[in-house]
Ligand binder design. Structure first.
Ligand code: CA
Length: 516
């Protein structure tokens, strides 16, 4: 190895640092008078001072575990020699919320978006076809292929036609507590700003999730004709006028064509950065995620909030161990209480499955140096930046208000992304250390690598290399500023790697209710 050994310490209170070098460090490597006792992979932790059994291990200034045995200075620290601390108690703020109040506004930033009647702004112009039940999925998939081939070329201002495919709708206890989550998720995804209120609905006819239940405003007893999801946009396959397969496909194509005519009249216009709704996520994380990509994303999130926009962060099991920080950042005592309520709900949900938040970490996280969920949470929460938490979005609900919002979702990448779509995000930023090809058809996904080695190896899958903070001495501030610029460019139509390659993950609904 020719490059100098690099150990990164995040907080002066820490007694560990992580290896920054691509490929890790050999036994005997020395940094600042410290000699490594064994080979340590990149992003893994090294003890900066000798530890006795039971001593706290500190990273991000927080206790991420206790030494399970004596560990010498320069020793490798990982899940084999530390114990996870117990989950913190869920209790209210000791005093009134202490959220920062000096949020300095940032003016003069804009993007080119599609303004919708409800005031939201799309970053893409997409015709989405949703359904009330999985039974119709094969027919809709076939129809979408034909629409793309036969109709879409005639409508050059429409970006895409997609099916909002899912596995819900029948064979479920639809009145049970919990069923409301998948139902409102589907309802709100159909209202995502990128679909301009044009979403079509395909129903089978006999399913439990009737159109009137999924979209009461459009199809319920008191439906108003003016609603954008009007009766004209519903196709019911069991309708008696459908004689065979071709009749069903023709019905869908005819309805789609009417929507495409409307969508094709739309043009991008100048929109202030306050119209951004940016969903943040991390997946396939490693110990550098919390050093490079996530802190830089935190700076970008602060810029979006200061510009008046909305930032949504999520992943309950990845904030559970940092809930005290979030409660302190809540903009009001009511928001602090709602944060705690969502944590309690999720603790109960996990305990019903006889598990807890420690089930979160993956084999890849561990290979990437993350010893447990506490360490993972500290590195994950950093991407929320430093602004006050201005609201909490229950799973499947649409965001209300602006600023930094916490959407209470599982940490599962695809379930979190699905719920952030329902919350109304129009740009998604996704950081990764191990690497994931994650992408969505519904909104552009900006992929950020935490390590330069990953960004180089996956050169056509990663939009940004935050590893430069370690590999090229770039500052977290300047990387955060580049991310903010990238968010504005992508919101204006610049295509992401996942869009160019057509990488699209399926929607994955969060359904805590029983199936029958
Ligand atoms: Ca995730």
């Amino acid at each position: 190895m020719t490059e100098p050994a690099l150990l990164i310490c995040i907080n002066p209170a820490d007694n560990v640092a992580v290896v920054g070098n691509d490929g890790g460090l050999e036994k005997g490597a020395t940094v600042d008078g410290l000699t490594l006792r064994q080979p340590v992979p990149q992003a893994h932790k090294v003890a900066l001072a000798p530890l006795s059994a039971g001593d706290p291990v500190r990273r991000y200034g927080a206790v991420i575990g206790y030494a399970a045995e004596a560990i010498p200075a320069g020793g490798w620290i990982h899940d084999f020699n530390i114990q996870i601390p117990p989950a913190s108690e869920l209790k209210g703020p000791p005093t009134a919320a202490q959220a920062p109040t000096n949020v300095e506004p940032l003016a003069g930033y804009a993007f080119q978006g599609f303004r919708n009647e409800d005031g939201s702004v799309g970053t893409r112009n997409i015709l989405a076809i949703t359904n009330t039940v999985q039974c119709v999925s094969g027919i809709v998939g076939h129809a979408v292929e034909r629409i793309r081939r036969e109709l879409l070329p005639r409508f050059p201002h429409v970006d895409d036609v997609i099916a909002l495919d899912h596995t819900y709708g029948c064979g479920v206890a639809i009145d049970a507590p919990g069923a409301e989550i998948p139902i409102r998720t589907l309802r709100n995804i159909a209202r995502n700003p990128n679909f301009a209120g044009s979403t079509m609905v395909v129903s089978l006819g006999c399913e439990k999730l009737q159109p009137s239940r999924l979209f009461p405003e459009a199809f319920g007893a008191s439906a108003e004709k003016s609603d954008s999801l009007g009766a004209a946009s519903l196709v019911t396959l069991q309708d008696e006028t459908h004689i065979g397969f071709e009749a069903m496909i023709s019905s869908i194509l005819r309805t789609a064509e009417r929507q495409l005519v409307q969508l094709d009249n739309r043009r991008r216009q100048n929109c202030p950065a306050s119209d951004l709704v940016v969903g943040l996520q991390c997946g396939g994380s490693d110990a550098l995620s919390g050093v490079t990509a996530n802190p830089a994303l935190g700076r970008a999130a602060d810029l979006v909030v200061r510009a008046g926009g909305t930032v949504i962060f999520s992943e309950v099991t990845e904030v559970r161990d940092g809930i005290d920080q979030l409660v302190r950042r809540a903009a009001s005592p009511g928001i602090a209480e709602e944060l705690l309520r969502q944590m309690e709900w999720y603790d109960r949900y996990l305990s019903l499955g006889q598990t807890d938040r420690s089930a979160n970490t993956t084999p890849g996280n561990k290979r990437g140096g993350l010893s447990n969920i506490v360490e993972k949470a500290m590195g994950s929460i950093i991407k929320s930046g430093s602004m006050p938490v201005n609201g909490v979005i229950p799973p499947g609900e649409r965001a209300k208000g602006n600023g930094l919002l916490f959407a209470a979702t599982p940490a599962s990448d695809f379930i979190c992304g699905t719920l952030q779509l329902a919350a109304g995000m129009n740009v998604h930023v996704f950081t990764t250390g191990r690497g994931t090809p994650y992408g969505l058809a519904e909104v552009p996904v900006i992929k950020v690598a935490s390590r330069s080695e990953l960004a180089t190896r996956w050169h056509d899958l990663m939009d940004m290399d935050a590893g430069r903070i370690v590999s090229a001495g770039e500052t977290i501030e300047s990387m955060g500023r580049s991310m903010f610029d990238k968010i504005l460019a992508v919101a204006s139509g610049e295509r992401t790697c996942a869009e160019r390659l057509g990488l699209r993950n399926q929607l994955a609904l969060f359904n805590p209710g029983p199936v029958t």
